[in-house]
Design a protein around this ligand. Structure first.
Ligand SMILES: [Fe+2]
Ligand SMILES: [Fe+2]
Length: 190
């Protein structure tokens, strides 16, 4: 798989704004991988492709999920956009030629996070929050944490998302709660 092929194809699949976001996530993920001793090439590709299905219409997301035997829960049914993570992983494999399971898994986990996240999963999840184009209250604190401690930064990102969803009266994906609890407990043990 060649990076220029991926970049060209992705540029056609996404709006200019989301393409810029994807490049930002890719570069941030590469920096995090270097800082925390993960595979930089994997981080670069996963960052680039994490949102490759993000602009597909809901109908298409649901259809691709059904075609790939992806389990669609009631949360995903009411909010098909949640499926863009797993469908992006499928497209990365089928249309962009990514065969690396670790990359595909990091893409699939980037929206909700979940229990059992590995280093690359955490890096992509976090890079999606803190890439340079992101502006939201608290982002600088997350960037500061990300300079020093990957787990604490990911935990803060979970907390921030869950707090935001609570404030807005929105549903919280159980995978996010599971990911947050596991990380919190593992940090307590240290
Ligand atoms: Fe996304
Ligand atoms: Fe994203």
């Amino acid at each position: 798989m060649e990076l220029t092929f991926v970049e060209k194809k992705l540029r056609q699949a996404l709006s200019a704004k989301r393409y810029r976001h994807s490049v930002g996530v890719s570069q941030t993920a590469a920096e995090l991988a270097e800082r925390f001793d993960a595979d930089i090439d994997r981080a670069t590709v996963a960052g680039l492709l994490h949102d490759c299905a993000r602009e597909l219409p809901n109908k298409t997301l649901l259809k691709r999920a059904a075609d790939s035997a992806i389990v669609v829960g009631s949360l995903e049914e009411s909010s098909p956009v949640l499926l863009h993570a797993v469908v992006s992983a499928r497209l990365a494999a089928e249309e962009y030629g990514v065969q690396d399971e670790a990359v595909l898994r990091a893409i699939a986990l980037h929206t909700t996070g979940g229990a059992g996240m590995g280093k690359l999963d955490k890096i992509i999840f976090l890079a999606d929050f803190i890439e340079p184009g992101r502006i939201f209250p608290g982002v600088d604190r997350l960037r500061d944490l990300a300079d020093r401690n990957l787990d604490k930064a990911v935990l803060a990102a979970f907390d921030q998302t869950i707090r935001h969803l609570l404030d807005k009266g929105m549903v919280i994906h159980p995978a996010s709660v599971a990911g947050r609890n596991e990380l919190l407990l593992s940090l307590h043990d240290k």
